[in-house]
Design a protein around this ligand. Structure first.
Ligand SMILES: CC(C)(COP(=O)(O)OP(=O)(O)OC[C@H]1O[C@@H](n2cnc3c(N)ncnc32)[C@H](O)[C@@H]1OP(=O)(O)O)[C@@H](O)C(=O)NCCC(=O)NCCS
Length: 145
């Protein structure tokens, strides 16, 4: 059985230390994204999905901009393949639906394309490099529930 966790939507103001810890471990230390590119001015305006273990350990995160762009989806290595990433994306999609967005998009790292296809995201356009990693834009039309 996989380990239990909870997901909540938080502001940058409330979640910053835990969100920073996850993105520092996954993007900066594991994937080699330069710090100067990881931290930007958009965090303060985004809503963030944050997954915590039952003892409060930071497990995973993701963010959605006010224009429906999703990004920074990251699961701590030891928590992968336990559907935590799925729960993070579902929370972000629920947020988008509750705001009435007709669609969302993401600049997906190419290795994660099958993960996003599982939600119905489809690739648009050509592959491009960002922060030294290959990406492709993916888009998902949302149907009101
Ligand atoms: C990509 C990532 C978010 C997936 O999170 P996760 O919690 O391991 O994914 P889940 O357990 O919810 O997986 C859901 C499904 O996607 C598949 N999947 C997950 N990661 C995958 C990957 N990298 N490649 C292909 N399939 C993947 C799983 O096998 C599973 O398939 P199933 O429904 O057939 O069982 C996680 O691997 C991660 O944080 N990677 C490092 C950071 C990163 O690259 N983030 C993406 C930025 S665009």
């Amino acid at each position: 059985m996989s380990n239990p966790f909870t997901v909540s939507m938080v502001s940058w103001h409330d979640g910053e230390p835990l969100l920073r810890a996850i993105r520092d471990a996954v993007f900066i230390r594991e994937q080699g994204v330069p710090e100067a590119l990881e931290w930007d001015e958009f965090d303060a305006d985004c809503r963030h999905a944050l997954a915590l273990s039952l003892n409060g350990e930071a497990v995973a995160c993701g963010r959605i901009y006010t224009n429906g762009h999703i990004g920074r989806v990251a699961v701590m290595k030891s928590w992968r393949e336990q559907r935590v990433g799925t729960a993070i994306v579902e929370a972000l999609l629920d947020e988008a639906r509750s705001r009435g967005y007709p669609w969302v998009d993401i600049d997906a790292q190419t290795h994660a394309v099958p993960f996003y296809q599982g939600f119905g995201f489809a690739a648009v356009g050509e592959e491009f490099m960002d922060a030294g990693l290959p990406h492709i834009k993916m888009k998902l039309e949302l149907k009101p529930r």
